[in-house]
Every structure is written in C-alpha cells, then in structure tokens.
Design a binder for this molecule. Structure first.
Ligand code: SAH
Length: 214
C-alpha cells in the first residue's frame, strides 16, 4: 500500500467520524505526517494512532488533532497559541488555518526538530520558543485561540488571562481522575469562562518549567 492511498483512507475515516470541515481535511492532506514521526514509525504515519517521539513524548492521534482543531473554530484572522509543540504536527495543521501560530515547547531537542520541519515545508507563519507553556507568551497576548496539548489538573490561570476577552476559545485536556482526562473547551466572554467537556483523551502531562536535560 502506498502512502497517498493510506492518507486518503485516513481522511475518509476521519470524515466518517464527524470531521466535516473541508479546510481541516485538506490541511491533513497537505501536511506529510511521516515527516513528523521517527523513522522507524514512518510506516504507521497514516494509521489513526498516537506514536512515540523523542524525549519520551508523543505525537497525537490524527483524529484527536482534527477534532481539537475543529472545536477551535478557526478563521484565517486568528492568532493562536499552542502549548506543547512536540513534533510540530499540530502546529503545522493550525498554520494552514489561521494567521499566525505561536508554539511553546519545554524540550529544546523537540523544538529544534519541529522548527526544521516548519522550514522544510515553508510554514513561515509559525513562531516557536523553548519555555514553560503554562506561563503563556505575554508579549504576544491576547490570543484568539489557545490549544494545550499536554494535560493539567486545572486550567493554568495565566493562559486563561491571555485568552481574548470577547469570544476567545481555549481547548485543553484536564485530569479528572488518576489515568483519566477529558478534553475541555473554554469560551471566554469578559470575566465569564464557559466550560464544556468534549471527549475522554490520553495526553502526556503538562510539566512545570523548561526541561533541564536536552
Ligand atoms: N502537539 C504535539 C503533541 C506533543 S505531546 C504534536 O503535534 O506532536 C505534548 C508536548 O508538550 C510534549 O512535547 C511535552 O514536552 C510538552 N510540554 C509538557 N509540558 C509543557 C510545558 N509546561 N510547556 C511547554 N511544553 C510542555
């Protein structure tokens, strides 16, 4: 089976599972996921599963990437913050659907690799930094949208503050019990933050501070 065929199969599966936004489906078609996974896993790049990446982290399952992106209700004027760059795959998908993506990763090794992929693909509207994403990116706030791709026990207050007051949307996985998380969508209107729970998920934890190793 060749890669293009596997990719089309995956996109059809996602469509059947409710990803109906054609802009998102074409972004998934345009970004080569095989470039974002370690070489031994390239064969599995178009299976609908998360895969291990360097530094003991994971690249999310394509369905979860598509679902979170769809729930973010992006348009091409949006300025988006992503916390947890990882492989860079989610940031690459976002970059095709909004004006600018700011992405933060605590491992320098991962960020370097992600940056190389962005350059290779000519994705010039992504700005990245090594840091603690729970602190957000104050110089660039407020953000129209925020996506956190690592799980926390509660919504990091600084991120809530950096969300645009009038209709800002944030998606993040929250711990609900040991080994249990759910994806939550928060919509901000002034000081009101509406919470909506969306889907049980499994993400790596949001860890405080910049990684000391690597
Ligand atoms: N969005 C990624 C998924 C990465 S997994 C992708 O598309 O591949 C989550 C990532 O969040 C990991 O790389 C982990 O190192 C990072 N992370 C965890 N806590 C963090 C923090 N406080 N600040 C920044 N990145 C963090």
């Amino acid at each position: 089976m060749n890669e293009d065929y596997r990719k089309i199969q995956l996109i059809m599966t996602l469509r059947n599972q409710g990803i109906r936004d054609t802009r998102i489906l074409s972004a998934l078609e345009r970004i080569p996921r095989e470039l974002f996974v370690p070489e031994p896993f390239a064969e599995q790049a178009y299976a609908d599963q998360s895969l291990p990446i360097e530094c003991g982290q994971t690249i999310s399952q394509p369905y979860v990437v598509a679902f979170m992106t769809q729930k973010l209700e992006l348009d091409d004027r949006c300025k988006v913050l992503e916390v947890g760059t990882g492989s860079g795959y989610q940031a690459a998908i976002l970059s095709l659907l909004c004006r600018r993506v700011y992405t933060i990763e605590r491992y320098r090794t991962l960020l370097r690799q992600a940056d190389a992929r962005f350059s290779k693909l000519g994705l010039t509207n992504i700005t990245s930094m090594v840091g603690d994403g729970a602190k957000g990116w104050p110089q660039q706030a407020p953000f129209d949208r925020i996506m956190v791709t690592a799980a926390a026990p509660t919504v990091p207050p600084v991120l809530a503050e950096q969300l645009k007051e009038d209709g800002g949307i944030m998606i993040l996985p929250l711990d609900t019990a040991p080994q249990e998380q759910e994806l939550v969508r928060i919509t901000r209107n002034g000081d009101d933050f509406e919470h909506e729970s969306l889907l049980p998920v499994r993400f790596v934890p949001l860890v405080e501070g910049t990684a000391r190793e690597l």
